[in-house]
Design a protein around this ligand. Structure first.
Ligand SMILES: [Zn+2]
Ligand SMILES: [Zn+2]
Ligand SMILES: [Zn+2]
Ligand SMILES: [Zn+2]
Length: 156
């Protein structure tokens, strides 16, 4: 069975406790505060409902939290970790946001896909690469292409 994808935020509610104190899902202690947070069908101290990544108090950040793989996250970290960067311009598969990507103009690439699309040469930091007709090219292939075009009739 597939886990329900909770890529949308989960609403947090600030509620006043009724007579019977609730146990906090974060620290397991009773909540005696004036207000408590209700989220994911559980009750939390305002201090205990924190982002697993940046430790920010989610009650202050906004009224939504995000969860995935048993982590409770703020929107920013959720998107950073589980959002999608886009489609790789070379293999056109999705790139999850937590993966390192290469960027060229508006295109994103898997690290593995970022190579000259003619000779497959990989680029190192500082190497020059060129983008032509949405293809990544190494300097050699790019210049070769220019040479060929130089002999083609100019279209205006
Ligand atoms: Zn607590
Ligand atoms: Zn966070
Ligand atoms: Zn790719
Ligand atoms: Zn090349």
């Amino acid at each position: 069975m597939q886990e329900r994808d909770q890529s949308f935020g989960i609403q947090m509610l600030s509620v006043q406790p009724d007579t019977k104190p609730k146990g906090c899902a974060g620290c397991n202690r009773k909540i005696k505060d004036r207000y408590l947070l209700k989220a994911l069908d559980k009750y939390w101290h305002e201090d205990c409902l924190k982002c697993a990544c940046c430790d920010c108090r989610l009650g202050e950040v906004g009224s939504t939290l995000y969860t995935k793989a048993n982590l409770i996250l703020c929107r920013r970290d959720y998107l950073r970790l589980f959002g999608v960067t886009g489609n790789c311009a070379a293999c056109s598969k999705l790139i999850p946001a937590f993966e390192m990507v290469m960027r060229a103009k508006d295109n994103v690439y898997h690290l593995d896909c970022f190579a000259c699309q003619l000779c497959n040469q990989r680029f190192c930091v500082g190497d020059k690469f060129f983008l032509k007709n949405n293809m990544i090219l190494c300097q050699t292939d790019y210049e070769e292409g220019l040479m060929k075009e130089g002999f083609a009739p100019q279209v205006r």
